[in-house]
Design a protein around this ligand. Sequence first.
Ligand code: ATP
Length: 257
Amino acid sequence: MTLAITDLKVTIGGKDVLRGVDLTLARGRVHGLAGESGSGKTMTGLAVLGLLPHGSRVTGGITLEGRELLTLPPKELNKVRGGEVAMVFQDPATSLHPMLTVGRQLTEHMRHHLGLGRAESRDRAIELLRKVRIPGAAEAYRRYPHQFSGGMRQRIAIAVALACSPRVLIADEPTTALDVTVQAGVLRLLRGLCDELGLAVLLVTHDLGVMSAVADEVSVMKDGLVVESGPRARVLREPEHPYTRTLLASLPDAEVS
Ligand SMILES: Nc1ncnc2c1ncn2[C@@H]1O[C@H](COP(=O)(O)OP(=O)(O)OP(=O)(O)O)[C@@H](O)[C@H]1O
């Protein structure tokens, strides 16, 4: 087991946002986290990164390979964030800087976290761009984010997230802002990277259709709690919780396999 969340409770401004979340992520597995808007999916991901809103009260445990993250000093947590645990957001505009070249955004991470030199980080950056299937990787290295389509920008954001060889990747609605025609490609890429690099992936999405395409395990959240969790095929074909059944009933038949 790579990452274990146990009895995670988060209160923000007197409101119980997470009420005892249990979740485990494992190497080479995609864990899908589904649930309606406001159920606490994003807060769960942010808690792992130590990025909860200021003033949040947190109890419970989040261990990464046995090490408790919730009590790490800020400096240590900074090393974990972006190093061992990385995140991809819904809109690449939030993670990519519009004024910096793609190459700079990739190498800055590596130089800061891994202490690589200029040439070494450049080579690794181009290799990463190839890995996320950006055509003409060496060319792309010198370009700016706006020179790419939305789908390509999200691939670049994934490359930036992978720059420091994280063990855990949290992808929060990574395809929601994309055109449907490119969504499947980005999901296939995430799946492939998970397998190839042995990443433990938390795929946050309100869309069970997206989930059914790539997740190994699925957890369903409602009102700050995980109400159902298990292997994808079991949860999607034989849901036990009435809320999961409601979510599934709202999907077109063809979307769940
Ligand atoms: N900055 C904040 N301060 C206080 N409460 C917040 C803040 N951000 C979110 N919340 C509350 O936390 C709860 C969980 O929100 P969260 O964003 O985790 O839900 P979600 O399941 O990810 O929803 P969505 O699919 O819309 O992103 C919601 O009730 C929300 O109103």
